[in-house]
Design a protein around this ligand. Structure first.
Ligand SMILES: Nc1ncnc2c1ncn2[C@@H]1O[C@H](COP(=O)(O)OP(=O)(O)OP(=O)(O)O)[C@@H](O)[C@H]1O
Ligand SMILES: [Mg+2]
Length: 436
């Protein structure tokens, strides 16, 4: 599938931006914007941000002074459809949704990016209740796994027991699904079973790609990374089976200390997590969803062990189109941990992007607050704008009891400019261990 943004008026008239994968697109006076209009006073610095996951696209105005208009209406946020017109000042972009280049052979004399073929619809059937719906497809014979919205809601509440495992109890719920404590029937060992429910019908091709990416990430073996055991699909649910960590996640650990983790414990958790990141980065993996809830902690004091989970999972989930436009749905809770460059360009994520999220996590574990000045229920649009524009609040102001050198190490991880951050997980880890 493909989405084109065709500029039909304004200084960039004639330009076409083509998206065949999950991506973001920023419009504004910011020199780093994808559609940069530095001279046009109509535009705010960070005017509006599009999230595109073909065939879906979502636009959010970032609190711009003069507004963003879609089909003549001023909008704050909106799903975009084929033929919609986005306007700001003299600039007009037309949205084109269709079958993308990877599904067509070029017509003589025409560029595929230029004219995606009109969207194709096929009928899919819910794997649980048989309900039928129409979805956009790349080819008439494309096969899909589909769970309708009602079944999805029900399965989120009560995930089915996976063959080969007993369900013991629900441990928690996150943005992509639920996690249960289970027992492997063969060996009797306890396991964690994470079930994921795609927001949309998933093509066989996308499912294969997702499983391939999971298999690749499952090769990571480190004492501070949760061990991967099994994966598969059952009744439309995707399940991932991992080692069960008998303890709690770092967020709950901080809560059990009144919201602020004493710094020696926090440094132990962070140093172990950075060790895992250093190993994974060297192997070419970026976590992309590093946060308090994805660090599982067992033991105490000198015996405290921290393990990272959900390596690259958020990326694989969005990449395969299963999440649709994630920012619009449930990523909101941890959106504030996302570094500016990742928001601007989902696919250009470096080890330094994980370092920023480590900084955010450290900040929250030590201070019980986030590093940006945002109200508890800040809207997604305000959070995004704050990530782009607001300086982070020095940790010392929020956690006066934490020694200065530690505060400085964490503040450095939170630089907006990735080149100003710690350049490697190992460097940050060493600095923390020396400062402690
Ligand atoms: N292997 C595991 N062993 C023990 N508890 C786990 C395990 N994996 C996850 N959990 C618990 O289940 C909770 C929910 O996990 P889940 O990954 O679904 O949500 P999340 O981490 O908050 O968000 P995200 O979907 O972005 O990862 C976690 O916060 C953690 O406390
Ligand atoms: Mg998680």
């Amino acid at each position: 599938m493909q989405v084109n943004l065709r500029v039909i008026a304004g200084p960039y008239k004639g330009r076409i931006f083509t998206f065949t994968q999950h991506d973001s697109f920023l419009i504004g006076r910011n020199p780093e914007a994808h559609l940069c209009l530095p001279e046009d006073r109509f535009f705010s610095r960070n005017h509006c941000l599009l999230e595109i996951n073909p065939p879906h696209s979502f636009l959010r105005d970032l609190g711009s002074t003069n507004g963003t208009f879609v089909n003549g209406q001023r909008v704050r946020e909106v799903f975009l459809n084929n033929g919609d017109r986005i306007q700001g000042g003299e600039t007009v972009l037309c949205v084109e949704v269709g079958v993308g280049a990877d599904n067509q052979s070029p017509r003589p004399g025409s560029s595929l990016e230029d004219h995606p073929t009109a969207p194709l619809f096929v009928t899919v059937e819910c794997i649980n209740c048989g309900r039928r719906e129409q979805v956009q497809a790349s080819a008439a014979d494309e096969k899909f796994t589909f769970v309708c919205e009602d079944c999805r809601i029900e399965l989120k509440k009560n995930p089915h027991t996976i063959p080969g495992y007993e369900t013991v109890r629900l441990i928690g719920r996150g943005g992509m699904g639920a996690v249960m404590l289970g027992r492997e029937q063969k060996k009797g060992r306890p396991v964690a079973i994470k079930t994921l429910l795609p927001e949309f019908a998933v093509s066989d091709k996308a499912m294969k790609r997702f499983m391939r990416e999971i298999d690749v990430a499952s090769a990571l073996q480190h004492r501070n990374i949760v061990e991967f055991i099994d994966r598969g699909t059952y009744n439309g649910m995707i399940y991932l089976v991992t080692e069960f960590v008998d303890g709690c996640d770092a967020a709950r650990l901080a809560e059990s200390h009144g919201g602020q983790l004493p710094y020696p414990d926090a440094i132990s958790v962070l140093a172990q997590s950075l060790d895992a990141l250093s190993y994974a980065h060297a192997a070419g993996y970026i976590h992309r969803d590093f946060k308090d809830q994805n660090i599982l902690v067992s033991g105490q004091g000198r015996d405290l062990v921290a393990k990272l989970t959900d390596f690259g999972l958020a990326k694989s989930f969005t990449h395969s189109g299963m999440s649709g436009v994630t920012m619009a749905s449930e990523m909101a809770g941890t959106l504030a941990y996302m570094p500016p460059e990742q928001l601007r360009n989902f696919r250009d994520v470096r080890p330094q992007s994980d370092i920023y999220a480590v900084g955010m996590t450290a900040y929250s574990l030590l201070s019980g607050t986030i590093a940006l000045d945002l109200p508890k229920k800040s809207s997604i649009n305000n959070t995004i704008r704050a990530i782009f524009e607001q300086p982070t609040i020095p940790l010392k102001q929020r956690a006066p009891n934490v020694p200065d050198p530690i505060c400085q190490i964490i503040d450095r991880a939170l630089s907006k400019d990735p080149t100003q951050r710690w350049q490697s997980a190992a460097a940050m880890r060493n600095a923390l261990l020396h400062a402690a």
